[in-house]
Design a protein around this ligand. Structure first.
Ligand code: UDP
Ligand code: MG
Length: 319
């Protein structure tokens, strides 16, 4: 069986179209399929639309209802936790990840890969956002010891063994593409064009996107912490030389000037550097704090449509 996990936050305008296209795809392949929609505390009519679709597609469409809005990554992880397939597909619910590319992902998985992720051929987003994504992937590639493929986001199919390993990583502040790479096994990417969002504005706020980008770096790398040492050394060496020169001037010449400007400049500089590194330590500290508190990463308030796991698509009970 294949599970498809889709997080949903206020997608009432997209859901009927998403289901229409998704249903087309899954009813034309021979795999037993479950589609798990995670309703991440939507405040529109997404849940009632899902319920209605669920009634019409028993055994196929399942709903995980979270107790409130937890955010994209927790929503995905909660969906994974309920998936029972031999492989799990992760995709967004705004039709940016096109259902029509699923057969290609599945075919690669069937040919023996444990992880097949979609590489975004073209992003159809505002150029500043595209630029920010590009910069992020570059910085991440430099900082993280692990090779996380460039421009590969959530959209992927993961074999059961990778899913089990990822679910055993209990950390908060999860960055799924990073954990997916961490798991290893046979991974590959296929190029998939990323479509435009079907309706509405992005549901992931810029603030959360920045948080995710920081998680992508701070949860996967210690380099920022070590940076303090490097910068310290870099500053200390010229500082020693300057100090020696200054003392020399003072002792052996008559040119010793009051020099408050250089004094002030170096004070500001050092102050700035120190604040930056306090900030970096803060980034790690807040993540450690989250771990220590050990609160649940997501809270499921209801599971709908999971009762009858034996009911399958009428014409595909043979695989
Ligand atoms: N989403 C969610 N919880 C949130 C924000 C978004 O479940 O708090 C869902 C959203 O409905 C969509 C997917 O996550 O299916 C990706 O969101 P979006 O398209 O806004 O993100 P972007 O395309 O900017 O990455
Ligand atoms: Mg989107």
């Amino acid at each position: 069986m294949i599970s498809i996990v889709i997080p949903i936050y206020n997608e009432e305008e997209t859901l009927p179209e998403l289901w229409r296209r998704l249903h087309n795809v899954i009813s034309s392949w021979s795999h037993k399929t479950e589609v798990i929609f995670v309703n991440d505390g939507s405040s529109d009519s997404s849940l009632s639309i899902l319920r209605e679709l669920g009634l019409r597609n028993p055994g196929v469409l399942k709903i995980v209802q979270l107790s409130r809005n937890f955010g994209h990554q927790p929503a995905v992880v909660s969906g994974i936790s309920t998936a029972t397939g031999d492989a799990v597909i992760l995709m967004d619910g705004d039709l940016q990840d096109t259902p029509e590319s699923l057969p290609n992902l599945v075919a690669k998985w069937e040919s023996g890969y444990d992880v097949v992720y979609a590489i975004r051929a073209k992003r159809k987003e505002f150029f500043l956002k595209r630029l920010a994504f590009k910069a992020f992937y570059q910085v991440q590639a430099k900082m993280v010891d692990l090779s996380i493929p460039l421009d590969a986001g959530l959209f992927s199919i993961l074999d059961r063994k990778v899913i089990d390993i990822m679910m055993s990583m209990k950390e908060h502040n999860r960055y799924i593409p990073g954990l997916r790479s961490y798991a290893g096994f046979k991974q590959t990417g296929i190029i998939v064009e990323r479509a435009e969002r079907y309706k509405g504005e992005p549901r992931v706020s810029t603030r959360r996107l920045i948080k995710l980008a920081l998680d992508g770096i701070f949860s996967m790398s210690h380099l920022p912490l070590k940076l303090a040492t490097y910068v310290g050394i870099l500053i200390a060496i010229p500082a020693f030389i300057v100090a020696a020169v200054v003392v020399g001037i003072k002792l052996f010449t008559d040119f010793a000037s009051p020099g408050w400007a250089s004094n002030l400049a170096s004070t500001f500089f050092m102050g700035g550097v120190q604040l930056i590194f306090l900030g970096i330590i803060g980034e790690y500290l807040s993540r450690i704090y989250d771990e220590v508190k050990g609160r649940p990463y997501f809270i499921i308030s209801e599971k709908i449509g999971f009762e009858n796991p034996d009911t399958v698509k009428a014409d595909s009970e043979n695989d």
